[in-house]
Each structure stands twice: as C-alpha cells, then as structure tokens.
Design a protein around this ligand. Sequence first.
Ligand code: ACO
Length: 697
Amino acid sequence: MLQHFFNPSSVAVVGASQNPHKIGYEILENIIQYNFRGAVYPINPKADEILGQKAYPDLMSVPGKIDLAVIVVPPALVMDVVEQCGEKGVDSVIIITAGFKETGPKGSHLEEALAVRARALGIHVVGPNCLGIIDTTSSLNASFAEGMPLPGHIGFFSQSGAMCIAILDWAFGQNIGFSRFVSLGNKMDISEVEIMLSMERDANTRVILGYSESIDNGPHFMEAARRVCQTKPIIIIKSGTTSAGAKAASSHTGALAGSDNAYTAAFKQSGVIRAKSMQDLFGYAMAFATQPLPEGPSVAIVTNSGGPGILAADACDRSSLHLTPIRKETADRLREFLPPTAAVYNPVDIIGDATEERYEKTLEVILQDDMLHSVLILLAPTAAVDAEAVAYSIVKLAKNADKPIITVFMGERGVRRARRILQDHSIPSYEYPEDAISAMDAMASYRRWREKPPRQYRHFKGDTGKVRQIFSSIIKQHRHDLIESEAREVLRAYQFRLPENRIAKTTKEAVLAASEIGYPVVMKIASPDVLHKSDMGGVRVGIENDAQVEEAFFDMTSSIRLRQPDARILGVMVQEMIPQGKEVILGITRDMQFGPMIMFGLGGIYVEVLKDVSFRIAPLSVESADAMIREIRSFPLLRGVRGEAPADIEAIRDALLRLSQIAIDFPEIIEADINPLLVCPEGQGAVAVDARFTIHE
Ligand code: ACO
C-alpha cells in the first residue's frame, strides 16, 4: 500500500522553488542530488526550470503519471493542491507544510477537512507538519533534512521532525545506516501502524525504531506491533507521558493508572521494546541492527581490568541476563595460555598486562563455547595493549561468530580510533558497561518474547443480561457509582466468590442478619454517596455479639450523618468475616488510547504508599495475568515468607481474568476496584470482600 512513498517511479514537488533558502528548493535538491532514479517534476506556476529540471505550472500539466507528490506550499493552498492530486490520480502525498492541528482549533479544522477530502479522493498522506521521507534503497530523499544517511538496516519513524534531524546527525557520527526514515508529523492519515507494517515487509529493514508522543488507536497499534515483533524488533522511545488524567480519578486504580502505565503495558504485551532514553534508543539500535539475537541469557564478560568487569557484572545482576560460570573444558583451554593470575571464571579477567594476542585467543575460545550465548568485551587502554589491534581481532573473529559480540572500550583519547574501527565494521561499541548490558538484555528479552508459545485467552461466560439490567437502572437514576450491593451483583454474575451478607435497615434487622450469618461479622455503611467508607467511620470489623451489632449500627449511621449530612443512607451491610488471608487489589481503568486496563497490587498501604502495582491492557491472556502477579515487588509476600503458607496465586489469576472479561463485556465501566480481594492459602480460593464500580453511559 505504501509502495509509492518509498519506491515511486516519479515524484512531483509542489512548491518547488528557485530560491535556495526555501524548503521547496531544498527538497527538490535532495531528491536530485542523492540520485533518485525516477522522474522528478518541480511544480511552480512562476518557473520554467528549477535545478536543471523542467518545471510545470500545476500537476495536470505534467505529461506522465505521478506516484508521489511532496507538497510545500503555504497552508491555505494545500487543499487546492490535494484536489489537483485527486484529479491527476496521485495516490501518495507528503505534506511538509505546517500550520494545522499543532496550531490550535483553526488549524485542526483545516486538517480535519483535508483528511476527509484526501480520504474521499483515495489519497494517502504522510504529515502534515513533517520533514519528509527517506528511503536509501530507492535513493529517495524526499525531505529537507541535511544529508543522506548511509544504506543500512534500521527503519526509523518519528512524530517529531526535530528528533528526525537529531537521529540523522547521530547516525552520521556513528556511521550507522538506515533503510527508511519517516517523519510522521501530525499523522493525519498514515500513522506508526502503517509504517511498522510496511517496514515488516521491507527486506532491508531489520530493526524498527520509533519516537512517539502519542498513539491514537491503541488496540490497532497493539495488534500491528504484536504481529511485526514476531519477525522484527520494534524499539520505541515514548515521550509526553502525563498524569493529568490520573489526578481526576476517584478510584485507587484510576489514581495509579496514568497514561504512561498504559503505554508500558501495551508495549510489553505486544513485544515492543521501550527505550527509556535517547541513549538507550541509540544503544539498542546499534546492537539489534548489527548483531544476531542471542540464543539465551548467558553472557560471557572478557576484561583486562577488574573494576569495569565488576560494573558489568552488577549490571548483569540487575537484568535478565545470566553470568554463567565458565565450564571446566573452556576454563582449561583458557588456562593453557593465560597467566596463572588471570581469572577464568566469569568475568574472565585476562588482567592488566593483556596484549591484543591474549584478547584474540581468549575471544576465540569463548566464542566456541555453546553454553555462552553472547560476549561482552571490555578494554581499558593500558600501555600493554594495542586497542586498535584488539578491534581488528574482534572484527576478524566476528565474521564467523553466530552470537552477539558487544564491546566497551573505556576512555576516550586512547580508544577513539579503535572504537571507530569497530563501528565501521558493525561491531557495537559503547562507552560504559551498563549501556552495553542494557542493550544485551533488550536483545535477550526480545528473543524470549518471540519464542513464547501463543498466548492463551479464556472466555468467561458471565450473566451479562443481569449486569446490563443493573447498569441501565443506575443510568436511569442519573448515578455513576454502584452501591456495594450492586457491585456485588456484578461480581456474582461473573462467579466471583463473595462473603455472605445482608442489608439491614434497622438495628433489629442487623442483629437478625448477624445471627443468621454467624459471628464474627463485619458491618459497613450502605450508601451510594460514601466512597471511602473506612475514612468516614463506615466500616467495623470483628463484631462478636448482638450488643456490638446494635452499637455499631448506631455509631456508624450517626457518624455518616454528622460527617456527610447529604449522603443517602440505605442501611448497613452485615457481612461474614472472612478467614485470614492476604489482601490484594484488582482494578479496571479506561485509558483514552488503549481502552480498558487492568491493575493488580497488594492491598492496604502497599497500594497507596508504595504504588507497588502492575498493569496490562484487557483482554488479559493467562500469561499476562501471571506476569502481572509476579511483577510486583512484593510478590515474595504472596509466595509466603518465613514458613508462611503461600497464597492461592491461581485464584488471583482467575479473578484477574474474570475482571478482564467484565471490562471487555462492559465498555461503560470507566473505573472499578475489587479492594480487597482476600486471598486464602493455596488451594482455598479468594473472596471479593469489597468492590466499587463507576460507569458512564
Ligand atoms: N503550486 C505550486 N507552487 C506554488 C503554488 C501552487 N499552487 N502556489 C505557490 N507556489 C509556489 C510559490 O510561488 C513559491 O515558489 P517561489 O519561491 O518560486 O515563489 C513556493 O510555492 C513556496 O511558496 P511560498 O509562498 O514562498 O511559501 P514558503 O516557501 O515561504 O513556505 C512552507 C511554504 C515551507 C510549506 C511553509 O508554509 C511551512 O509550512 N513551513 C514550515 C514547514 C515545517 O516546519 N514543517 C515541519 C517540519 S518538521 C520540523 O519541525 C523540523
């Protein structure tokens, strides 16, 4: 579909100018000077010839077919040019012009009108407000960026033109090549989704890199990314995360969610590698574009100095990589030529007087050990070593290596030339061990993600009719928050285990309910208006007898009347007191871009103070639910510490999957908490003690 953007037979530049200071001149110059092989048509009503090419007053005057039009005229003229494109049968258009959505409501309207018209004419658009497109395979530089990147295997897209320029400049400095380069601008039509899919099909792209500020259609993005990541890694740096949405939320889940968590979850679930900084983005790009993926997590570190080796080992420890001990056969082979003071463990320390020869022999042996999946070579520029000779040895051995080789030549003056040699021969070279380990970790994690068996999804058949009935009655009453009894009905419709309970309107009814349920009981105020019941004195636990029931009933209703006089009080809920267990919280929140998002965390103070929670976008796969549970820092508490019985993890997983089903079945739910879900010891299930739902029409 995007063939004409990347490999057109003919390109027209509408707004091409003879004035070398104008963008219309620069774009035409870029197309011509970097040897685009197709036909080039400058379009300008005032010129006969520009940069040696015959110019045409408008698109209709061009004799041949036009595959791609680059529009560089002021905003007010763009619509007219798009109409001309429609008339001429141009199906692919890059709009460089700024002055649309990014400028405010007026620009937004203009852009919307343009989008509608382009769609009606069957025209695909990159931009507006963009830098253009570069494809090194077809030698097309339809942008006003300075210079043409080297051909290579990185496909790059960016929402920001400035980031495009910065990454291009970095690439020139590092001798890194690109397959394709796309400045998306305002993404009026073509977004990262179409670009990722086109790069998936492009034989010259091995790794896809992106800079993103916002993703408009989350589910569409996830579906495409998940598919592309099966064959090619996608690395994205995402900026512009905000907690503005979180501030307005009323539930725990809503308050903790924030759009950044949605992006993190969506990226994890679709295999996208998230770069946390530009340094990571560049670092990962270098490794993924030039090295094979490691077969496993085991890393060998070779170093001529202890300190950097320890730093690398520490970084390894914080990652998913393993610093596997060197097996005996390999250690014996190393000992044959290494001095007795060398360490043949891992890191392999070939010590400070190591020469280039010692490096080469060591690397040769390490590369032959199948138990070691990738190699990190550290070098401090001692007087004994010729760093450039080591670089050439690495280049030589890497030619036949089937595992990633990553290097860190520490320092600057003494290693500058050696680093250049490595870079020129596609060996990733980092300044610091931590950056190298981070890139190696990303590669190993990506490989693991790719090799995972297909995710399993379970469908839970809830009583949707019942829930729909509850929701419509609430909407009719112009309410948004469900009272506890309604929330319980929703959970019951999805077979959650709930504590026994009764609503009591009077003290007498409360005493009767308690004796039917059996002591001890819990009492909670039943009111649609009291959201944080405990804080308002609306919850009492461990009630042992009739007298305590009477007292609690009185205290609770008076306290609410005093503290929240306008709250409607429907009575008091008398509940079975659940046996000992671990309190966890489960929740639903709805993200603007990605839709329903599920949260999990330990309950009580852990969720509020430590924010120790995990998120995934619904629908959850069984694997995602499992990963959410294991991801929180306090997971060991659920597994049981100091001889404690482990909590029923399977019951948590089941509850998460059921909640995910509810979120999918009912898009009107905007927030929900099951807080707490009381998790009994292994094999004994979990009870949803309290729940809140907020819905919207
Ligand atoms: N068809 C063809 N050519 C036309 C037409 C038409 N209908 N109407 C006018 N032209 C010609 C003009 O005569 C002019 O040529 P000339 O120099 O020979 O006179 C040429 O088109 C350009 O028109 P100008 O009015 O001179 O517009 P100018 O070049 O000053 O600006 C531009 C146009 C560059 C599109 C400007 O409106 C703009 O949007 N600039 C910002 C671009 C930008 O920043 N994009 C985002 C980049 S990403 C980043 O942030 C790095």
